[in-house]
Design a binder for this molecule. Structure first.
Ligand code: MIC
Ligand code: SF4
Length: 756
């Protein structure tokens, strides 16, 4: 498999010089984050120190990863950039579009049939432009990237928020929108606000029931869903070095849930072992040669408060297993307190499904630890009391764990092995609901648990835990069961106390796979035809968005004032809508249908100011578009949290929303809005959110003098004839202002290509 050894060697060759230069400009020892970022500057060797959390900096990433649900839009944009081939190694992974229903084999064959048009498009686009293609069933993007491509000291971007998983292999890996990926594939620099740095010192050792997942569940509880915004988490300490490479990956993966730009671990023996175990002995040897550059400097870790913006310390020896939820991944409960919380809050105690696996937790170690519990169950006449599903992260893991008899252990207690794909994690789940109470619970080893995410049902309370805890819980079917202290009754009426799970980090007989599902692109793609039928419901070529009209925006109507959590799942729901990810007009029919209207507490019901009637959000916006009336969306804190899907920015752009005004943004979503030529604004005074009335009209002033760092003004015209002026902040730099003026970043690339 092509893992670009030459490229990796070139990165390692320039590391020493670039790191030495960065040390000179900063005049102090460096964190690992700084070493990797400064050695990937577009300007080459560092000429100055960048301000953390402020300076926008251009980088050259080494690689791009795309999953099928976001790759469609990324590649539709790339096709417009006019380049014959991608400028950096890139891959597409078909993982999001496979629905879980009957089990791996049947579900995969249904998906191949149903999504044929999209898979054919992605395969041919990849073939044409030199992009590696991982077929449906090959695995989930982040697991495959960890196994095949990630390398210590590298910088990559990916069109999925959990791209950060590769931090487990010492890479700075960052989730972005498709437009960013398009720029990098077109050979342009990639811009990022230089991050702040949060140091996480791990001491002690994990033992017993506690696993790596519990570290990130704990960190999420400490930092909350916003606490990592614009920051990179760097893990260090002897506790960090003691974790398996895939365990490190789990921690980095779920770092997306605290809004972190990414998370990273230092190169160590565990990473070397994983590289060797996955057939990359030469990468391990090359990394060993520059090992001191692939870790932060010792002085930094000896006195972390001096170098990081914030330091968190966790003693692994004292860490309890955690269960987080419901409805938000940062509601963290140590298992000893969880049963009481379930009872106090009246959460449905007897859960219907336990789901393990996903890109977060499907390593060989995860599967062996969970299977050790399944084995104990078999030996003690215990069976799953709820439904139980297992999602392997890649064909390599699936093949190997089947060879080693582990998947069979799950099946023996009632488990169903699903396809190597996202499945229920992204709402691709034909869930078998029993009749009964609508209010219900599920428990997963995934990373996100927003309302409606897994099955589209707002009554489903989803909880997140490690796969071994989920497996143990499944034997009880009861959220109040604590495997550390409680016993289970088996089929013979005997009390059984589970022993601690046992795992193996890497397969003793090595990994194996028969058909990994990889397809190499054509050497010369110039003759390859990319076909998109004009009649397609699932794919639509993009038309450029119109440029800014050169004046302040006046007379805008309020589309919705969203109240509370408004994640990308609320703005552009996944599940059944994933099928329209390549068709902007069709997917726009889901725009903001999950957001709660602050004026009536309903979802998908807003006032059409032209008729005075309440109607569905996309319908009302289409009416404004037709009447050529611009509109504005108002939101709460951390608006756009979660996914990297740029559809959440493109849909409002396509339907004629002009500005999104919120208390605060999640990083990727804010950038996505800017890229698409939208105005992403925040209240200078958060209390002004309360001034927005349902029937207001809005003028946005100051656009003709749009400058970095200068706030804009918005006039609120109330229906009683009064008006108020509020100040709104913006974080656009010079470049981003040009995107706004041109009507989107892609319009600029396109004009550059036509000039050259
Ligand atoms: C997710 O976990 O929410 C997704 C689905 O992987 C998204 C990407 C998408 O919406 O396609 C993500 O995390 O970025
Ligand atoms: Fe897929 Fe879920 Fe991972 Fe997103 S978080 S990539 S949907 S498995």
């Amino acid at each position: 498999m092509a893992f670009d050894f030459e490229m990796i060697k070139a990165v390692y060759q320039r590391l020493p010089e670039r790191i030495a230069a960065a040390k000179k400009v900063l005049g102090r020892p460096l964190t690992l984050t700084e070493k990797i970022l400064y050695s990937h500057l577009t300007e080459g060797v560092a000429s100055k120190a960048y301000e953390r959390g402020k300076s926008y900096v251009d980088f050259n990433p080494d690689r791009v990863g795309m999953q099928d649900a976001t790759a469609q839009m990324a590649l539709l944009q790339f096709m417009q950039a006019g380049r014959p081939k991608v400028a950096v190694p890139s891959t597409v992974h078909c993982d999001h579009l496979i629905q879980a229903k009957d089990g791996a084999k049947q579900d995969l064959s249904t998906a191949l049939d149903k999504n044929k048009e999209v898979y054919d498009f992605l395969a041919s686009v990849s073939d044409k432009y030199g992009i590696g293609f991982w077929k449906p069933g090959a695995g989930i993007i982040h697991q495959v990237i960890l196994e095949q491509y990630a390398f210590p000291g590298g910088l990559m971007i990916g069109t999925d928020s959990h791209t950060v998983n590769a931090g487990g292999l010492g890479m700075i890996a960052i989730g972005v929108g498709g437009a960013d990926a398009c720029d990098v594939m077109a050979g342009l620099p990639w811009e990022l606000k230089f991050p702040k740095m949060i140091g996480v010192k791990l001491t002690g050792r994990l033992s017993g029931w506690t696993s790596s997942k519990d570290i990130i569940l704990k960190v999420a509880g400490i930092l909350t869903v916003k606490g990592g915004t614009d920051a990179i988490l760097e893990y260090f300490g002897d506790g960090a070095d003691s974790l398996s490479c895939t365990g490190k990956g789990t921690i980095c993966n779920m770092g997306a849930e605290i809004g972190a730009t990414t998370s990273v671990f230092c190169y160590d023996k565990k990473m070397a072992d994983y590289l060797k175990g996955t057939g990359r002995t030469d990468v391990a040897a090359a990394a060993d040669e520059v090992a001191q550059h692939l870790r932060g400097d010792n002085e930094v870790y000896a006195d972390p408060e001096k170098y990081f913006d914030q330091v968190i310390e966790i003693n692994l020896s004292e860490l309890e297993p955690h269960i987080n939820g419901p409805f938000t991944p940062d509601l963290a409960w140590p298992i000893s307190k969880f049963a009481a919380a379930v009872k106090e809050n009246g959460w449905p105690r007897y859960f219907e499904v336990g789901l393990i696996g996903s890109c977060t937790n499907s390593s060989y170690e995860d599967i062996t630890r969970s299977a050790s519990i399944a084995k104990m169950a078999i030996e003690n006449n215990l069976k799953a009391k709820s439904e139980f599903t297992i999602t392997p992260g890649s064909e390599q893991v699936r093949y190997t764990t089947e060879r080693d008899g582990l998947l069979q252990d799950f099946e023996k207690i009632g488990g169903v092995v699903l396809a190597n794909a996202c499945g229920p994690c992204i709402g691709q789940w034909a869930r078998h609901r029993k009749d009964g109470e609508p209010k219900n619970s599920i428990i997963t080893s995934y990373n996100r648990n927003f309302a409606k995410r897994n099955d589209g049902d707002p009554n489903t309370h989803a909880f997140v835990a490690s796969p071994e805890i989920v497996t143990a819980m499944v034997l009880a079917g009861d959220l109040c069961f604590n495997p550390l202290t409680d016993t289970l009754k088996n089929e013979k009426g005997q009390d059984v106390k589970l022993k601690e799970p046992q795992g193996v980090e890497l397969p003793l007989k090595g990994f194996a796979v028969k058909d990994s599902g990889y397809q190499e692109p054509a050497k010369d793609g110039s003759k390859v035809q990319v076909k998109v039928s004009p009649a397609s419901e699932r794919l639509q070529l993009l038309d450029p968005f119109p440029a800014w009209e050169g004046m302040d925006l006046k007379g805008l109507r309020l589309l919705i004032k969203a109240k509370g959590k408004c994640t990308t799942d609320h703005i552009s729901m996944a599940g059944p809508w994933l099928k329209f990810r390549g068709h902007l007009d069709n997917i726009s029919n889901n725009m903001l249908i999950g957001a709660v209207n602050a004026f009536n507490d309903k979802t998908d019901s807003v006032k059409n100011q032209l008729t005075g009637e309440y109607d569905a959000v996309p319908k009302v916006q289409r009416a404004y578009k037709e009447a050529r009336v611009g509109s504005i969306v108002v939101g709460d804190e951390n608006y756009g949290e979660g996914s990297s899907r740029e559809h959440a920015a493109m849909e409002p752009r396509h339907l004629g929303v002009r500005a999104i005004l919120v208390k605060s943004f999640a990083r990727i979503h804010e950038t996505n809005l800017k890229k698409q030529g939208m105005l992403a604004l925040t209240f200078a005074n958060k209390a002004d959110y309360d001034k927005i009335k349902e029937d207001d009209t809005f003028d946005i002033l100051g656009l003709t003098e749009f400058k970095p760092g200068v706030p804009l003004k918005i006039v609120l015209h109330h229906v009683d004839g009064d008006h108020e002026i509020i100040t709104v902040n913006q974080t656009y730099n010079e470049n981003q202002i040009e995107w706004f003026k041109a009507g989107g970043a892609l319009n600029i690339i396109r004009s550059q290509v036509s000039l050259s």
